[in-house]
Design a protein around this ligand. Structure first.
Ligand SMILES: [Zn+2]
Length: 697
């Protein structure tokens, strides 16, 4: 029987996707890919054309792409030791295969031949874009380099992979070494019940404490660390954990300081070998920012605009601490900032996030968001019956198979009744599931002609508050935003009408991909749309106006400090990758202090820098390196694009349809700046974000 991982299909047979078929699927997928690519490379010039070379190249790796995607999906939602072993065994085959493709000289020669042929030169639209981008991909991977250059590039990649892996392990090991044990309940003052229970569970998992003599254990992992920084009234407790965090990556045997310079120099050499002036230019060449200086200019300009509000926020926070402690002139400490921010927020807005939960039962939130999607885009969402033989349940005729009994399945139709796609939802934590929230595509249909295609398939998943005691899952407002965010990514995938499969949906430039997701969060803050989403789970009442007012008022609380924290990360990233390779390990902090003067909350004890544990930048050969600014960049786009809804109607179907046609359904078929202009009629306005955050003067 055909390996079930290898057959791209809409109705995925989850019960047959077992760990023992993984390695075989990957081996066969690699074999099929190699065979297809070899056939393209072997074509005589007379047989070379757009279909036989370019589009055949697009399809060559389809079975492997599909299988590997499914395998990684299962790793995220139904992890097991057997699956992990299978993946570990298959991984080198897959990465080796994909790395070889772009260094295949004969394939490269065939692609260039077609690009230069009259047929290639006559291409327009998405196929033209696909051809140009494919050539650029090959060039950026070193296809044009002489043999000596290719060898050097390969060596650089190898070194980068190994040093960034060490950086990542150092951070992980250093963090895992830290634990703080508390046996005096008085020291838990201020911590919410959920954080106490988690600390108790962390201790029990280590065999510490008894029901009569409990022990609370805290670590540097975010779910443990953040509540302490935010809520703990015990200053020494906050300080101890903060100092432990500050030491991560900076102390032998896990010292990352020398690795930073090495990574920066390797990246610079790689960029210059491939013809760029420096690493940011190499990375951003095909993103919206295009060049490192543009990204840095973006960050610097926002800093100028925000610094006034930032200074005012800091002064307010310091004054609040002094007043609360009755110590005039007392300075802020780095372990104070999050804590006093939260205290000030509570004092000012009396916003109890727990009081909002009854208005956000998960099913009600989903139905509300689906109603919103129908109003705006004319798309209807219909649930289908599911079954889960994978977990031992019966196969039900006509029901859709899922990977877990909690998973649900929906179909998405447009106004004409065309089935655009289908999706799974998987919302609550379990041990076999990774953390966070995400959207993934499982299947992308190929368009046979414009507007003619089968359904795409995707999923949205998260780790939201679980139902308790037979009641519904009641979400926080932040969790509602998360659901809306992932739904935005999902719509990007499912509504995509792009002729080239790999240019479909969310396969767009990194600094553009969060526009369709982040824009959806805006509807969680508008009365008209929130009334669709928020209904009391027992009474069906909408959110009371005073509660809504406090929610909105608290939204931009200390926006200056929060905005600046993200900008400072973006600035640090770009400055390091532009000039940091020449700094000695000894001068690293000194240089950063100079560059980030005016970007950090002034504190009595110097707050230090995240750089030695900044895994976004240094835990992968590329990762977010030179791209941390993208978070703010995409926020500018979504804040600006949403102004059309704000001004022309929050629930306007006219604007909704335009957004669907001009941005959402077009994937990567045109440059992102063009999609934006097609919808807005102009280039992005950076002030839109400042206005939304209440920071524009
Ligand atoms: Zn996202």
């Amino acid at each position: 029987m055909q390996n079930p991982f290898l057959t791209p299909t809409v109705l995925i047979p989850w019960s047959r996707l077992t760990s023992d078929r993984v390695l075989e699927a990957v081996q066969e997928g690699v074999r099929l890919g190699e065979k297809a690519l070899a056939e393209i490379a072997a074509l005589p010039p007379a047989a070379r054309g757009v279909e036989s070379v370019l589009m055949a190249f697009e399809r060559a790796t389809e079975p492997l792409d599909f299988a590997w995607n499914l395998i990684n999906h299962l790793d995220g939602v139904d992890n097991s030791p057997a699956l992990r072993d299978a993946i570990r065994e298959a991984l080198p085959l897959v990465s080796g295969f994909y790395a070889r493709v772009r260094l295949d000289a004969r394939l490269w020669e065939a692609l260039r031949w077609v690009a230069e042929s009259p047929e290639g030169q006559a291409l327009t639209g998405v196929r033209r874009r696909f051809m140009d981008e494919t050539l650029a991909d090959f060039r950026e991977s070193g296809a044009d380099l002489p043999d000596e250059g290719k060898r050097r590039l390969e060596a650089l990649e190898g070194e980068l992979a190994s040093i960034t892996q060490t950086f990542s392990e150092n951070v992980l090991d250093a963090m895992n070494q830290v634990e703080l044990l508390i046996d005096d309940p008085a020291r838990l003052d201020g911590l919410p019940e959920s954080a106490r229970a988690a600390a108790l569970a962390l201790a029990r998992a280590k065999g510490l404490g008894t029901p009569t003599l409990p022990v609370w254990r805290f670590t540097l992992h975010m779910p443990s660390y953040l509540p302490v920084m935010k809520f703990s009234a015990d200053e020494p407790l906050r300080r101890t954990l903060w100092e432990a965090m500050g030491a991560v990556g900076g102390v032998a045997p896990h010292d990352n300081t020398p690795l930073i310079g090495q990574i920066l120099r390797l990246r610079h050499e790689k960029a210059t070998l491939l013809g760029a002036a420096h690493f940011p230019d190499h990375i951003l060449n095909r993103r919206m920012a295009r060049r490192g200086e543009v990204a840095l200019g973006f960050v610097n300009r926002l800093h100028e605009r925000v610094k006034g509000a930032f200074v005012a926020d800091v002064a307010e926070l310091a004054a609040f601490k002094a007043e609360l402690l009755n110590q005039p002139g007392v300075a802020l400490q780095p372990w104070d900032v999050t804590y006093y921010s939260e205290r000030l927020r509570q004092a000012r807005y009396e916003l109890d996030e727990e009081a909002l939960r009854p208005y956000f039962p998960l099913d009600g939130v989903l139905n509300g968001l689906f109603a919103l999607v129908e109003r705006l885009f004319g798309l209807t969402v219909t649930p289908r019956e599911t079954c889960c033989p994978r977990a031992g349940g019966p196969q039900v005729l006509g029901a859709i198979e899922t990977w877990h009994p909690e998973v649900r399945y929906f179909e998405l139709h447009d106004q004409r009744g065309r089935l655009l796609g289908a999706f799974y939802t998987d919302w609550h934590p379990r041990e076999s599931k990774q953390g966070g929230a995400w959207m993934a595509s499982l299947y992308t249909a190929e368009a046979t002609s414009p507007g003619q295609r089968g359904p795409h398939v995707g999923l949205i998943a998260g780790n939201l508050t679980a139902p308790t005691d037979g009641g519904p899952a009641l979400l926080t407002h932040r969790e509602v935003e998360t659901v809306a965010h992932e739904l935005g990514h999902l719509l990007h995938h499912l509504t995509s009408d792009v002729e080239v499969r790999s240019f479909s949906g969310a396969n767009v430039a990194w600094d553009f991909v969060e526009l369709p997701s982040q824009i959806m969060e805006n509807w969680c803050w508008q009365r008209a749309s929130l009334d669709l989403i928020a209904r009391h789970h027992e009474t069906g009442e909408p959110l009371p106006q005073p509660l809504f007012d406090r929610l909105v008022a608290a939204h931009n609380f200390q926006a200056g400090i929060n905005f600046m924290a993200q900008l400072a990360h973006g600035k640090l990233d770009l400055e390091l990758h532009l000039g940091g390779r020449d700094w000695s390990p000894e001068e690293l902090d000194l240089r950063l202090r100079e560059l980030l003067d005016g970007w950090r909350v002034p504190t009595q004890t110097d707050a230090g820098f995240i750089v030695r544990r900044f895994t976004h930048l240094f835990a992968h050969p590329t990762g977010y390196a030179s791209a941390y600014y993208s978070y703010k960049w995409a926020e500018v786009l979504d804040a600006d694009a949403f102004t059309r809804f704000r001004d022309e109607g929050v629930l306007s179907p006219v604007v909704g349809r335009e957004y669907l046609e001009r941005v959402l359904s077009r994937g990567n078929s045109a440059p992102p700046e063009q999609l934006f202009r097609d919808f807005m009629g102009r280039d992005p306005d950076p002030d839109a974000l400042l206005r939304r955050c209440g920071l524009s003067v």
